[in-house]
Design a protein around this ligand. Structure first.
Ligand code: ADP
Length: 611
């Protein structure tokens, strides 16, 4: 019987010593940010917690180091579909990997256990429920273990949005296997979740590695929902034959929208918890296997969606918190190529969520409500979307123009008389003695006739109706901007608008301000077309299509999703460089030795035949 790896076996490799393996198996020449540090922590047998956003290459961080160590790495992952994809990917790269799950036939299970015991796998995937079983723990005691990986580690925390009770059992690993490193990975972890993970897994001497939350390849747009079908059509028509998700708030919306899209000739499939398990599985498989491109779903369509070439995620209504938005929109562009995230919102979304949430009674309810308001701020404020999201998660954002959101792309226009409008708003705030909120102030400025205005005789103020040529919605948008730009603050208890020192100066005519005009849908349409997202260097789109077709047929034959064969990045590189020999293929990103031998001859034939 082999003992688990202990300190005595420790090998002090640096990440750079893994470069030959990086090239041989993955076909990459260099690491992405933080990958080297994450690899090194594992090689040095230090526990680690790695927090990197989706698409940052987390899997490589824990798959590579085991190639330099004796024994098997045990990977705990929450979903069978995710595990299966990873195992197929690894085997396709020539790295022996196995899996054990409850869906397997008894013969398959026995075979996997035999191979595991014989040390034939470098990586072994198991669900947390499987790992907790005594028989499995016994099996592990008979194997040489390199380290444990806890993927989607936020599932261990009650604070995380995907809490899984079986993850709690993983806390026993430290005691059961002292000396075997434990490495936790997640894309989402606020400081309380982070602390929970460290405590629950008993991670020792663990320096969390936190990446930057920005996803620079995602193009964010927010639009006021005016004509849903028309607005959806504009996005969908930018991405014919590409994969995308449309999120709706309710099941009814999913069904109705799917029907309307089909009537317009779009091949869309619905997904929500009200469908039979069989229908859900079929629709998900069709999407993953690229037999269907558009999925219309509630948030039930989520975890386990590993398709890397999702080019757009559209929300037809506002999610209830930025955390949800970031996770759902974040499913786009996992392959690091450009992708678009469009949020269509309207004021009624906040009302809808508030009625679902009910009156806040506990601290938790109040927190949820404040998150809802922050989500609404994201929709209403005219500022860089990347900056907003990154700052929301507590990180700084240095770029002054991200070039990847509606605001920075100039899809908002500057209001010519910004200074005058801003001063009119500020003087109205002064006239109502800083005791009223944005909604009321905008009504006074618009010249509305409400009970409250009459009650406080605000129709007698000199600022009453001072901005009557603008809609109340526009005035509110500018008030939001004044708050965001720190000319005004909202008093926390009642939300009344109050001056900052910057605001007082501006009222006196000192300083500068530029306010953004709200989006005009017709203009948005024109710009969006002009700005159609493109990669930096051109490639032959027809060759790309031919390569995709071959990829699809190989994937079907092997019964794996196409992105496991090659990513879109690799296919675009082939379409760009048009390699004319197998040796040329070696220089292409994402092609390791195993795939070079097994798959590239067929891809070479397509390139050579291509006119
Ligand atoms: P995550 O698990 O963080 O969402 P993935 O492991 O799915 O990220 O990786 C995202 C994408 O980045 C994949 O297409 C992967 O092949 C690619 N990738 C990973 N590491 C590298 C690297 N060193 N160089 C180039 N691309 C990489």
């Amino acid at each position: 019987m082999l003992n688990p790896v202990t300190e005595n076996h420790a090998i002090q490799y640096s990440a750079s010593s893994t470069m030959p393996q990086l090239k041989q198996y993955w076909g990459y020449e260099s690491f992405l940010p933080l990958q080297d540090q994450a690899v090194e922590a594992i090689l040095h047998r230090r526990d680690s917690l790695v927090i990197l956003p989706t698409g940052s290459g987390k899997s490589l961080c824990y798959q590579l180091p085991v190639l330099m160590m004796p024994g098997t790495a045990i990977v705990v992952s929450p979903l069978v579909s995710l595990m299966k994809d990873q195992v197929d990917t690894l085997n396709g790269m020539g790295i022996p990997a196995g899996i054990l799950n409850s869906a397997m036939a008894e013969r398959e299970r026995q075979e996997a256990i035999r191979k595991m015991r014989a040390g034939e796998y470098k990586l072994f995937y198991v669900a947390p429920e499987g790992l907790a079983k005594e028989s499995f723990i016994e099996l592990l005691h008979q194997c040489e273990l390199a380290y444990f990986v806890i993927d989607e580690a936020h599932c261990i925390s009650q604070w995380g949005h995907d809490f899984r009770s079986a993850y709690r059992e993983l806390g026993k690993l430290r005691e059961l296997f002292p000396g075997v490193g434990i490495h936790a990975f997640t894309a989402t972890a606020t400081p309380p979740v982070r602390d929970d993970i460290i405590q629950a897994l008993h991670l020792q001497d663990c320096a969390p590695l936190v990446g930057h939350f920005d996803r620079p390849n995602l193009l964010y747009r927010v639009q006021y929902r005016t004509n849903l079908m028309k607005q959806l059509g504009e996005v969908l028509d930018r991405y014919p034959d590409e994969g995308g998700i449309i999120y709706c708030i309710s099941r009814k919306d999913v069904d109705e929208l799917t029907t309307s899209l089909k009537a317009k000739g779009y091949q869309a499939l619905p997904y929500h918890a009200g469908l039979t398990a069989d229908a859900r599985q079929r629709h998900q498989d069709a999407f993953m296997n690229e037999q269907a491109d558009i999925i219309v779903a509630t948030i039930a369509f989520g975890m386990g969606i590993d398709r890397s070439n999702i080019r757009y995620v559209i929300h037809t209504g506002m999610p209830k918190a930025i955390e949800n938005y970031q996770q759902e929109a974040g499913r786009a562009g996992r392959d690091r190529l450009d992708a678009e995230c469009v949020l269509l919102y309207s004021g009624v979304d906040v009302v809808k969520w508030r009625s679902i949430m009910g009156e806040p009674k506990t601290d938790y309810d109040r927190l949820a409500l404040s998150k809802l308001f922050e989500m609404s701020d994201y929709c209403q404020q005219s500022i860089c979307r990347h900056r907003f999201l990154v700052e929301y998660f507590g990180q700084g954002f240095e770029k002054t123009n991200c070039q990847h959101c509606d605001y920075c792309l100039g899809e908002y226009e500057t209001l010519e008389d910004s200074m005058t409008v801003a001063r009119k708003i500020l003087s109205c705030v002064a006239r109502v003695n800083e005791r009223f909120g944005g909604h009321h102030v905008s009504q006074v400025l618009h010249g509305a006739s409400t009970e409250k205005i009459r009650q406080f005789q605000h129709d007698q103020l000199s600022t009453y109706g001072l901005l009557k040529e603008y809609s109340q919605r526009d005035i509110q948008l500018w008030i939001d901007q004044l708050v965001y730009l720190n000319f005004l603050v909202r008093e926390p208890q009642y939300g009344s608008l109050q001056f900052t020192s910057l605001g007082k100066q501006l009222l006196k005519g000192e300083g500068e301000i530029s306010l953004a005009k709200p989006v005009k849908p017709q203009k948005e349409k024109k710009k969006a077309r002009q700005l159609g997202i493109a990669d930096e260097t051109p490639f032959d789109p027809n060759l790309f299509e031919a390569l995709r077709k071959l990829r699809r047929s190989i994937a079907q034959e092997k019964r794996v999703p196409p992105y496991i064969i090659f990513s879109d990045v690799t296919l675009k590189e082939i379409a760009r460089h048009k390699p004319t020999s197998l040796a040329d293929f070696e220089g292409i990103k994402g092609i390791g030795q195993a795939k070079l031998k097994e798959l590239c001859p067929q891809f070479l034939a397509v390139v050579l035949e291509f006119p």
